[in-house]
Design a protein around this ligand. Structure first.
Ligand SMILES: Cc1ncc(COP(=O)(O)O)c(C=O)c1O
Length: 434
C-alpha cells in the first residue's frame, strides 16, 4: 500500500453486481457497516490484504470473522489443500488426516480426550448441548446474556443482537421461527455475575443439562474467578460445562481460552482458529461424554446421533493440520499478541489525546473499541455503548483502507509492521475526523 490514504472508488461492474445481489440474495451484500455506500464485492485476498472488485485494497482486520489466523491464502495451507484436493474432496469414511487431526486436538486442547468433527461452529455447539442433555437426561441449558453460540435454535437466544432484555433466567429468541418449547428449555444468566449465576444453577440444578459459555464473551474478558467459579459449581452439581471456543480456540493459545485462562471445561466447540477458513469444526471433551456418540450405542437411551456428510473431509482436515503446524512454531503467540497489543495501546493513546471516552476490550488477538464512558463488563453495558459512533469509526477506517468487523478487530500473523504503522496512522486520521 502506498503512502497517504487510499481513495475508495466503485466501478460500474461492482455497482451492477451489488444491484444483482439485492435481487437474488435477500441479505444483499454483507458489509462491515449498515450503510450501502460501504458495501463491497470481494475479488481476492492474500496475507493481510483484501481487494474488492473495483481494485481497492484494504488491510483486513475482519479476517473472515476470525478464521484467518495465519492470514489469507497462507502458502503452506494452500499447498496442503491443493494436494488433498487432487486425491478427492469427500469420502464420508475415515481418512488418515482425520486421525492425525484428532490426535493433534487431543494433544493441544486441555479438555480433549476424544474428538468428533463437524463443518460449522453452530453444529458443534448444537451437538455439545445434545451430549449434555443425553448425559444428564435433562433438557435445560444455561447460557449467558450476550453470548453468541451460532445459528442452531438452542444457541440463537439472548445473544448480542437482543433488542429487549427480560428478567434472568428467561431467554429471548433472536430469530423468528424458533419453537417456544426451545425458548423454555434455555436459561440465561448475567456474564460477570458469578453469585447470580450460582443462584440460578442451584435453583435449577434438577432440570439443568449443561452450561455453555464463551470464555471470552465476544470481547468481554471474564472477571477474575468467574470461570473458576463456574467450573466449581458445575463440577459440584455434575453438570457438563461447555466452552464455546469457536473464536478463541487456537487463537488465544494453542490450547485455546481454557489453556490461556487455566480452566478446563468438560466439552469444547472449536472452529475458526483451526483450519484457515476451510469449513471444519471440532467437538471435543471428556471421554465418557464423547463416547455417547459411539454408534455401537444405537438404540440405547444415551446414544447421541452425531454425523455430517462433510465432517472430517480430507480437504478441511489437511488445511487444519497445515495450519496447526504453523501455529505450533516457536514465538507464534508472542508475535500475535505483540501485534494486537500495539494496536490496542495506540487506540488507547489516540482516543485519550482526542478526549473521546472509549473502552478497549478483549485480548490482543481479538479486541474491540466500545464508545462508552463506563466499563464494558456484560451484555447490558455493551448494549449501552454508542453503536452509531462505532459504525462511523468503522466507515472512516474503510475510507482509509482498513476493514474491520462492527464487533471486533481480528489480528493475524500476516499483519506486518508496515501494516501496523499504516493502521496506526489511519487511526490518528479517522479519530481526528470523528
Ligand atoms: C463464539 C461463536 N460460537 C459459534 C459460532 C457459530 O459458528 P459458525 O458461524 O461456524 O456456525 C460463532 C460464529 O461467529 C461464534 O463466534
Amino acid at each position: 500500500m502506498s503512502t497517504g490514504f487510499m481513495r475508495r472508488t466503485r466501478s460500474a461492474h461492482e455497482t451492477r453486481l451489488l444491484e444483482r445481489a439485492r435481487c437474488v440474495l435477500p441479505a444483499g451484500a454483507r458489509s462491515p457497516t449498515p450503510s450501502p455506500e460501504y458495501a463491497m464485492v470481494v475479488k481476492e485476498a492474500s496475507g493481510s490484504r483484501i481487494r474488492d472488485l473495483s481494485g481497492n485494497e484494504y488491510i483486513d482486520y475482519l479476517m473472515g470473522s476470525g478464521p484467518l489466523l495465519l492470514g489469507h491464502a497462507h502458502p503452506e495451507v494452500t499447498a496442503a489443500v491443493q494436494q488433498a484436493a487432487s486425491r478427492g474432496s469427500s469420502y464420508l469414511m475415515l481418512n488418515e488426516n482425520a486421525v492425525q487431526l484428532a490426535e493433534k486436538v487431543v494433544a493441544t486442547v486441555p479438555c480433549a480426550e476424544q474428538v468428533c468433527f463437524n463443518s460449522t461452529g453452530s453444529e458443534s455447539t448444537f451437538f455439545a448441548m445434545r451430549l449434555a442433555r443425553a448425559y444428564r437426561k435433562r433438557d435445560k441449558i444455561l447460557k449467558f446474556e450476550g453470548g453468541f453460540h451460532g445459528m442452531n435454535d438452542y444457541a440463537l437466544m439472548s445473544n448480542q443482537w437482543t433488542q429487549q432484555t427480560v428478567d434472568f433466567p428467561q431467554a429471548v429468541a433472536n430469530s423468528a421461527g424458533i419453537p417456544q418449547g426451545v425458548v423454555q428449555d434455555m436459561l440465561v444468566a448475567p456474564f460477570y455475575d458469578l453469585e447470580r449465576t450460582v443462584d440460578i444453577i442451584n435453583a435449577h440444578a434438577d432440570e439443568l443439562a449443561g452450561v455453555i459459555v464463551e470464555p471470552l464473551q465476544r470481547t468481554i474478558t471474564p472477571q477474575p474467578g468467574f470461570l473458576e467459579g463456574l467450573r466449581e459449581i458445575t463440577t459440584e452439581r455434575d453438570i457438563p460445562l461447555i466452552f464455546d471456543e469457536v473464536v478463541t480456540g487456537y487463537r488465544l493459545a494453542l490450547g485455546g481460552a481454557q489453556a490461556y485462562y487455566g480452566v478446563t471445561p468438560d466439552l469444547t466447540a472449536l472452529c475458526k482458529g483451526i483450519a484457515s477458513g476451510y469449513p471444519i469444526s471440532v467437538l471435543c471433551g471428556r471421554q465418557d461424554l464423547m463416547q455417547l456418540t459411539d454408534p455401537a450405542g444405537l438404540g440405547t437411551s444415551t446414544y447421541v446421533a452425531q454425523t455430517g456428510t462433510f465432517s472430517n473431509n480430507p480437504i478441511s482436515t489437511s488445511a487444519a493440520l497445515a495450519s496447526i503446524n504453523v501455529l505450533e512454531r516457536e514465538g507464534t503467540y508472542e508475535a500475535l499478541f505483540a501485534k494486537g497489543n500495539r494496536l490496542m495501546h495506540a487506540l488507547d493513546r489516540i482516543f485519550d489525546e482526542a478526549g473521546i471516552a472509549v473502552q478497549i476490550c478483549g485480548e490482543a488477538p481479538a479486541f474491540q473499541v466500545w464508545f462508552s464512558e463506563d466499563p464494558i463488563v456484560d451484555f447490558r453495558s455493551m448494549a449501552r455503548a454508542d453503536h452509531a459512533m462505532n459504525n462511523r469509526f468503522t466507515e472512516l477506517l474503510l475510507d482509509r483502507g482498513i476493514v474491520k468487523a462492527h464487533e471486533k478487530f481480528f489480528i493475524s500473523l500476516a499483519h506486518s509492521d508496515e501494516d501496523l504503522d499504516y493502521t496506526v496512522a489511519a487511526f490518528e486520521s479517522a479519530i481526528g475526523e470523528l
